[in-house]
Design a protein around this ligand. Structure first.
Ligand SMILES: [Zn+2]
Length: 139
C-alpha cells in the first residue's frame, strides 16, 4: 500500500501560452477555471481560442466549484522521467459543471480509485512557483 502524494521532484513544468495564462494564473490563486461559450453555452477545456462545440471565439472564463467524480484512472509505476515519484495515479475527472479534466489523485492509497469516487481540487507547487491542480477524495 502506497499513499499518493503531490509530485515534489523536478518534473516537466507547464509553459503558459497567451491563451492558457489565465488558467495558470488562477491555479496560482488556488482557483480552477474553465471557459464557457457565449454562443452555445458549451464548455471548453483545455484553454483554447475557439469553442470546442461551435467554433465561436466568444469564450469567457468561469471559476469551477472544484468538485467532481472520477471518470477513469491509471496508476503509473514506470514514469516518463526519473523525476516523477511513483506510483502516481492519473485521473480523468467529470467536473460538476459538465466538463472533464486530466489530473492526479492524491490523499489515498494507490489502489483506492473507483469510478464515481467524489473528489475535490487542491493545489500544490512545483518548480518556479507553478501550482498544479490535484484531486483528493471527499465524502
Ligand atoms: Zn460554442
Amino acid at each position: 500500500m502506497t499513499q499518493l502524494i503531490p509530485q515534489t521532484g523536478n518534473i516537466p513544468r507547464p509553459f503558459a501560452s497567451i491563451v492558457s495564462q489565465p488558467y495558470w494564473d488562477a491555479c496560482a490563486r488556488g482557483e480552477l477555471m474553465f471557459q464557457r461559450c457565449a454562443a452555445c453555452n458549451g464548455i471548453t477545456h483545455t484553454p483554447a481560442v475557439m469553442c470546442a462545440h461551435c467554433s465561436a471565439r466568444d469564450l469567457a472564463w468561469e471559476r469551477a466549484a472544484g468538485t467532481g467524480a472520477v471518470y477513469s484512472w491509471t496508476t503509473v509505476w514506470r514514469p516518463q522521467t526519473p523525476d516523477f515519484t511513483v506510483p502516481y495515479t492519473a485521473v480523468v475527472i467529470d467536473m460538476d459543471e459538465g466538463w472533464q479534466m486530466l489530473s492526479n489523485l492524491i490523499g489515498c492509497e494507490h489502489d483506492a480509485a473507483t469510478i464515481g469516487m467524489r473528489v475535490a481540487v487542491e493545489f500544490h507547487p512545483i518548480t518556479d512557483g507553478v501550482m498544479l491542480p490535484y484531486f483528493r477524495p471527499v465524502a
